[in-house]
Write a protein that binds this ligand. Structure first.
Ligand code: ARG
Length: 279
């Protein structure tokens, strides 16, 4: 039923939200160890933008994933505060270059997960409702959410994409083309040990990697600053599913320190509850 609705909305199409933002040379912000992504390969990838008076343009602040023609899933830490005015954000969909003559989508509502405090405490997910549905085409398509019984393992083929830094403090240079890198999932218990080893401050047996987090990446293959909110997708019998939302990590692409993602599976009921109640 829901998928039928998605399809109908996709056929209805989106609309122009704002005059195109001018190309900018400054500001930011790939992915560590990545390569240029081909147009249309990751059609759910979006860029979340905020207006910069300094650049007089809408600039990229975070990644996100289209999970429905009217909904984007991103990281809660990408949203300034729970009651941020949605009109301070715009969404760019269907593009591999961050800036240019592009139409941006308007955000009508922001829902930050109620348990979110800061990224390393978990629940780093937020939903953005779009004022108009995205115009679904070859380059713009929602991604399927990881199902409740789908356990991802290190054997799965997983990729993370984004416009974030190429290394810690090494911003992606113009023309700001979307980057992709294949990463291996690291089991939570292994990831916990790695992060415990790297943490100098041990407070009793404080857990670092919670059950609603997922680790992926290896030395030289990781997401980084500016990729936050973006998708970690894995191939599941020939189709892609969204398994993670870029959240945090110690450094980027450092040895024995995988990137940490919000585990989408843990939030499927919360996500569906919001999407269904407003559709
Ligand atoms: N917090 C970062 C952001 O806001 C993402 C960091 C991801 N780090 C990593 N090592 N994978 O863009």
């Amino acid at each position: 039923m829901l998928s039928l609705l998605f399809l109908t909305l996709c056929l209805v199409g989106g609309s122009v939200a704002k005059p195109p933002a001018p190309a900018i040379k400054k500001d930011l912000v790939g992915i560590v160890g990545g390569q240029n992504a081909a147009k249309g390969k990751w059609p759910w990838q979006v860029s979340l933008k905020m207006y910069s008076y300094y650049s007089s343009a809408w600039v990229h602040i975070c990644g996100g994933s289209l999970i429905h023609p009217k909904w984007v899933l991103t990281a809660a830490h990408c949203i300034h505060h729970r009651n941020t005015d949605p009109s301070t954000y715009r969404v760019l969909a269907g593009e591999i270059y961050l800036y240019g003559d592009q139409k941006l989508l308007t955000v009508s509502r922001i829902i930050v997960h109620p348990d979110f405090v800061y990224a390393s405490r978990g629940a780093d997910v937020a939903l953005l409702q779009l004022a108009e549905p995205a115009d679904c085409s070859g380059n713009v398509q929602p991604i399927r959410l990881s199902s409740l019984n789908n356990e991802v393992t290190q054997k799965d083929e997983c990729w993370v994409t984004g416009w974030g830094a190429l290394r810690y403090y090494g911003w992606l240079p113009p023309p700001f083309r979307l980057q992709e890198v294949k990463v291996q999932v690291v089991e939570n218990s292994v990831c916990e040990q790695l992060y415990q080893k790297a943490t100098w401050y041990h407070h009793d047996d404080r857990r670092i990697i919670f059950d609603d987090m997922l680790c992926a990446g290896s030395e030289g293959r990781d997401s980084c600053q500016g990729d936050s909110g973006g998708p970690l997708v894995c191939k599941n019998s020939d189709s892609w599913t969204l398994v993670g939302v870029v959240s945090w990590g110690y450094g980027c692409g450092w040895r024995d320190l995988p990137g940490i993602y919000a585990r989408v599976q843990s939030y499927v009921p919360w996500i569906k509850q919001h999407i269904q109640s407003s559709s």
